[in-house]
Ligand binder design. Sequence first.
Ligand code: AMP
Ligand code: TRP
Length: 336
Amino acid sequence: MTTNKKRVLSCIQPTGHMHFGNYFGAVKNWVDLQESYDCTYGVVDYHAMTMPYDVKKLRNNTWELIFNLLAVGVDVDNLFVQSLVPEHTELGWIFNNFAAMGRVENMTQFKDKSSSENIKDKFISVGLFDYPVLQAADILIYKADFVPVGKDQSQHLELTREIANRFNNQVGKEYFVLPDTLFTETPNIRSTADPSRKMSKSAGEKHYINVFEEEGRLRKQIKSAVTDTGEKTEGEMSPGLEGLFTLLKAAGNIEAHTTLMEHYNADVLKYVDLKAAVADTLVELSTQFKERKAEIVADKKNIKLQIKQSSAEIRKVAQTTLRDVKELVGLLNVKF
Ligand code: AMP
Ligand code: TRP
């Protein structure tokens, strides 16, 4: 953490599966950025509590996501678990007082989640409302310059900058860096079952493809991908086809992408060829990941130890920021 490299921070919730939407939209970027930036990545279990959830599953989901992240190439030294760095919640509380009610009320993610039909018992927690303030703490506590996320997080980043700005103004010091988003080339991966919506686990089983999926089911999901329906304007590619081409490109099969695109332009594209190319490419990627994951799971005990150590190391940065913040906002700053 003593380099001159720019800082990158991002987090992901331990809910459900890692799918090709969040992989190509965010996590692949996390992996690639590790070469040129000082990267810190979190599994945000406090955030996962904001929707009704199963207390028996959360801890397992957290470890499962960690194994998945390591399997696709995230470096263990860059990874922490949010609840092992409780300073996030403390900074989150402080930030509550720098976040405008009207702005937080306007967050589309809150509106979506609180109105969603699958919210159990229609219980909407204060935690769900406060979610983006804790997210601002996740980001600012490491003074991140860049935050690699999908397009759906832009509004939360905007709020983060507003909180940082208000804080800086009130304490009279440019203490927090105002972070920017970093999008991948594929910030929007579509559901193959309904290309008018994004690939997402909250929409139901059909709407996402697990990165670690068993080969047969993965091929089946691509085979049944919707190609021609959905909104289509004359002369424009249908959302379904576009989604398949995006997957091919995102997975790095540029050769097939170029050839098939030529076929499309010449009006001779066979959908079955496109689907076969997408399925083969995703299966190849998935096979590598599954092999790596099997090694990781076999070494579980050691990996858990490494995560505790990396979280403790990363926590030191968070503690330094929090000490500065307490000083700046006028709280007692006693060392016990
Ligand atoms: P989630 O899986 O919704 O918790 O999101 C984790 C990260 O992946 C966030 O940065 C999202 O913006 C990104 N993401 C999720 N779904 C997609 C998608 N279908 N296309 C692109 N990015 C996505
Ligand atoms: N809200 C993000 C999502 O839904 C997850 C998240 C929590 C996050 N804290 C963050 C992302 C900090 C980037 C930085 O995907």
